[in-house]
Design a protein around this ligand. Structure first.
Ligand code: IMP
Length: 188
């Protein structure tokens, strides 16, 4: 294993600093609060990667919000590739029927996970269903996804930090970065 005990020592490059992320979250929070002014919103976040974004975004909103959490995982695939076969590990804990729902995602890569989730959540009859993602990697998209709010569009690189993991680690970094090639190579 080529990983060190020092998480930051494994990072080759910081793509988005903590202050850039926080400024973007504030901007998204203001936009969403304006768009849903006078209404209530249900945020549905997808664990585990969206946890820091959800926690920060909900506190940047000034409208009344409910939150719910789902957890999904892809079947098979490697640690950096998704397969599109999605399994629900944790379902919604309350009905979203008739509610205005905003999905809060960490990253859209191929779009396969969200494509599945959109169909699943539409079947629960919310009055509206929109998507907010912190990161978008359009270069790898396999299915078209109507994304309403995007924090940052990033190049086709496997990123970690601010909720995003590699082998379940690095989620607690406060920035988004790229690991040293040896660290990725050691795990596959
Ligand atoms: P998609 O189904 O290919 O759009 O992938 C969505 C999920 O794959 C995300 O919610 C992440 O959990 C994971 N993922 C995709 N790209 C990355 C990345 O660059 N770093 C960490 N996780 C990623």
């Amino acid at each position: 294993m080529n990983r060190t005990a020092d998480l930051e020592a494994d990072v080759a490059e910081v793509l988005l600093s903590e202050s850039e992320i926080q400024a973007k979250v504030a901007e998204l929070g203001a936009r969403i609060s304006a768009d849903y002014a006078g209404r209530e919103l249900t945020l549905v976040s997808v664990l585990k990667g969206s946890l820091p974004f959800m926690a920060d975004l909900m506190r940047a909103l000034t409208i009344p919000v409910r939150i719910d959490l789902m957890e999904v995982s892809s079947y098979g695939g490697s640690s950096t590739e998704s397969t599109g076969l999605v399994r629900i590990l944790k379902d919604l804990s309350a009905s979203i029927e008739g509610q205005e729902v905003l999905i809060v995602e960490d990253i859209i890569d191929t779009g396969l996970t969200l494509n599945y989730l959109l169909r699943y959540l539409r079947g629960k009859n919310p009055s509206s269903l929109r998507i907010c993602t912190l990161l978008d990697k359009p270069a790898r998209r396999l299915v078209e996804i109507p994304v309403d709010y995007v924090g940052f569009t990033i190049p086709d690189r496997f990123v970690i930090g601010y909720g995003l993991d590699f082998g379940e680690l690095y989620r607690n970094l406060r920035f988004v970065g790229v690991l040293r090639p040896e660290v990725y190579a050691a795990a596959d």
